[in-house]
Write a protein that binds this ligand. Structure first.
Ligand code: FMN
Length: 388
């Protein structure tokens, strides 16, 4: 069992020797450092959400309505705290993954390469976004453990090419995002007219793709503004007819486990499981798509109940601490994806910043599991209750 909790001892010991931590441990403090480190447009892009941002707030607030029920004297509890999980037949050292986040060139010049270094150092797999700033194959060279997130394009041959490239490069799973047939209404970006894709940002996977390139008259120009390649990207970005039928198509292109991300309803989850998906990611995209949507955490229980043991249910949106991860696991999530917290770590201190955030989450998570008297994979509905 890896000891993530002892990191805490090191922090106190270092401080006693006069070495104080370089970065804070509270999400809100790190976010403020990121705000200072980033340009206002990119910071607004990361922090902002749809509409009045009620969904984003609700995602975070929902965690305050659930409470863990520790039982420290449980028989066998002295060996509790193992963070390992098994997913799709594979053992993972922790239940964390990084959520797919596009356009990282806005955040740090080393983009996905810094992310992969920071996350994989702790055994945390990275989910590479279709809208990444580094092509699949380059990330694959730098990363030991990674999944691939697909924004299903309007051109099926391009979808096939992305899936085949990711599979050939060594992805461990394919995660299709269901909630982004178009971008949500995002006032912070609108007020600044900030859409990074128009400047060719977040297009590395497209501009490096043979199918995409074959559709163009001219070579895509890196950094080009409103070029032919940018227009083609905008037209190809999303398949508006995306449905459960796409699942059988993707099966012809890859043997990897297939998950669908962006689900907040039991009926949709059940349809997807009937269509043969291996996993559901309960998520509302961090509140970036629909204002006044249900908080992701409030949808978790109904999806878990509908899916049962027919597929794995994962979770993201609003997770801000190790204790939040434990709550999501107790409500039935098999693994949890982190979004904005590590993006702020990346903005402030590159790969080390990502590592700092993940190390802190894992230490708090292990301490929480130990105090709950359980290994993380054994948390269940008896370990959580509604906070009165
Ligand atoms: C700046 C930013 C970019 C994102 N890009 C993607 C993406 O390319 N693909 C995707 O499926 N989700 C994307 N998401 C959503 C995340 O994967 C995840 O669902 C969300 O960040 C969870 O919410 P939280 O960060 O508030 O916890 C993005 C989120 C942010 C904040």
């Amino acid at each position: 069992m890896s000891n993530y909790a002892q990191y805490q001892d090191g922090v106190y010991a270092d401080a006693t020797n006069g070495k104080l931590p370089r970065l804070p441990y509270h999400h809100d403090e790190l976010r403020e450092l990121a705000r200072a480190a980033m340009e206002p447009g990119p910071f607004g892009y990361v922090e902002g959400s749809a509409g009045r941002e009620r969904t984003a707030d609700a995602n975070v607030d929902a965690f305050s309505r659930y409470a863990l029920r520790p039982r420290g004297l449980r028989p066998g509890a002295e060996t509790a705290g193992d963070l390992g999980i098994t997913l799709f037949g594979e053992r993972y050292p922790t239940p964390l993954l990084t959520a797919p986040i596009g356009v990282l060139e806005q955040v740090h010049p080393e983009c996905e390469l810094a992310l992969a270094r920071g996350a994989n150092a702790l055994g945390v797999p990275v989910t590479l976004s279709t809208a990444a700033s580094t092509p699949i194959e380059e990330v694959a060279e730098a990363a030991d453990s990674w999944w691939y997130q697909l924004y299903w394009p309007s051109d099926d041959e391009l979808a096939e090419s992305f899936v085949r490239r990711a599979t050939a490069a060594g992805a461990k799973a394919i995660m299709v995002t269901a909630d982004t047939k178009r971008l949500g209404w995002r006032p912070r970006d609108l007020s600044r007219g900030h859409l990074p894709f128009l400047r060719s940002q977040g297009t590395a996977n497209y501009f490096s793709d043979p199918v995409f390139r074959a559709r163009l008259k001219d070579e895509p120009e890196p950094g080009g503004v409103f070029t032919e390649a940018v227009f083609h990207f905008l037209g190809a970005f999303a398949d508006k007819a995306l449905s459960t039928e796409n699942i059988s198509r993707i099966r012809q292109w890859t043997d990897l486990p297939v998950l669908v991300k962006g689900i907040v309803r039991a009926d949709e989850a059940a349809d997807l499981v009937d269509a043969g998906v291996d996993g559901i990611v309960v998520s509302n995209h961090g509140g970036r798509q629909i204002d006044a949507s249900v908080a992701a955490l409030d949808a978790l229980h109904e999806v878990v109940a509908a899916v049962g043991d027919r597929a794995a249910v994962l979770f993201d949106s609003g997770v801000r601490s190790g204790a939040d991860v434990a709550v999501a696991m107790a409500l039935g999530a098999r693994a949890v994806l982190l979004g904005r917290p590590w993006v702020y770590g990346l903005a402030v201190d590159g790969a080390s910043g990502v590592e700092h955030v993940l190390r802190s989450f894992l230490a708090e998570l292990q301490i929480t599991a130990e105090l709950m008297g359980k290994d993380i994979a054994d948390l269940d509905a008896s370990d959580v209750t509604a906070r009165p």
